[in-house]
Unconditional design. Structure first.
Length: 238
């Protein structure tokens, strides 16, 4: 991206829009242009954060080539990369103590399932949980998921080390992690670190940018996310 000092001001860019909607008032247009300038600044900040993330120094070497149970048999972490040098993993809150998977995780994974054929063109992806892979696969079939690569981490410490779970306490936590392979060396590149301890008052503990498509859609509506609404696994007939 061009250096920030060379960019025109966000308010100047906002004034270049020729879009007007039927029946809008002058007050609406002035407020919308002010908001548009903030949206341009947000876009620029997202670009700066992404560039800063890409510039991180090398992360820690993965302690071992963990072995998972995939839908087609055992699979090592290194094998999950396939033809790519980057692997994205999502820790699914679906531990063996759960009869049903976490609704929030399932909402996110349902969206990612549709995107997965495109994602896998650029990077490898793995959905990891401590439940048996047969249980994970049965739930995926029930939801109509077709593309998510599923792996059970039963028997290895991956979730404890990279999702900071305490399996002995029956705990499971969501986590995104990114790994990079350079030859035979696999390093941790990035992992989400936002949680309850980093949440602002009155807000959900969430990362930035927020990877949940549903929240991004609702953030564009008059009522927003709402204070107490969360996705469910099932809804009554409408």
């Amino acid at each position: 991206m061009t250096a920030a000092t060379e960019l025109p001001g966000a308010a100047e860019l906002a004034r270049r829009t020729h879009r007007r909607f039927p029946g809008e008032s002058q007050a609406y247009r002035e407020a919308r242009l002010a908001l548009l300038a903030e949206e341009i600044e947000l876009r620029r900040h997202i670009e700066r954060v992404a560039a800063q993330r890409r510039a991180l120094p090398p992360g820690g070497v993965v302690p071992e080539d963990y072995v998972f149970q995939g839908e087609h048999g055992p699979a090592s972490l290194s094998s999950m990369f396939g033809r790519h040098d980057t692997l994205v993993t999502y820790n699914w809150m679906f531990g063996p103590q759960r009869e049903r998977a976490c609704p929030m995780c399932s909402s996110l994974l349902a969206a990612l399932d549709g995107e997965m054929p495109d994602i896998l063109q650029r990077v490898a992806f793995a959905v990891i949980a401590r439940s048996p892979v047969t249980k994970m696969s049965a739930f995926a079939r029930e939801r109509g998921w077709r593309h998510l690569p599923l792996y059970s981490s039963q028997g290895n410490p991956f979730n404890a080390l990279y999702a900071f779970e305490d399996p002995d306490a029956g705990e499971d936590l969501p986590a995104f992690n990114v790994f990079h392979r350079d030859g035979a060396v696999i390093r941790h590149f990035w992992g989400e670190e936002m949680g309850m301890e980093t949440a602002d008052p009155g807000q959900d503990a969430r990362g930035a940018p927020d990877l949940m498509p549903i929240w991004n859609i609702l953030d564009h509506t008059p009522a927003g996310r709402g204070a107490n609404w969360y996705p469910s696994l099932d809804y009554p007939p409408s």
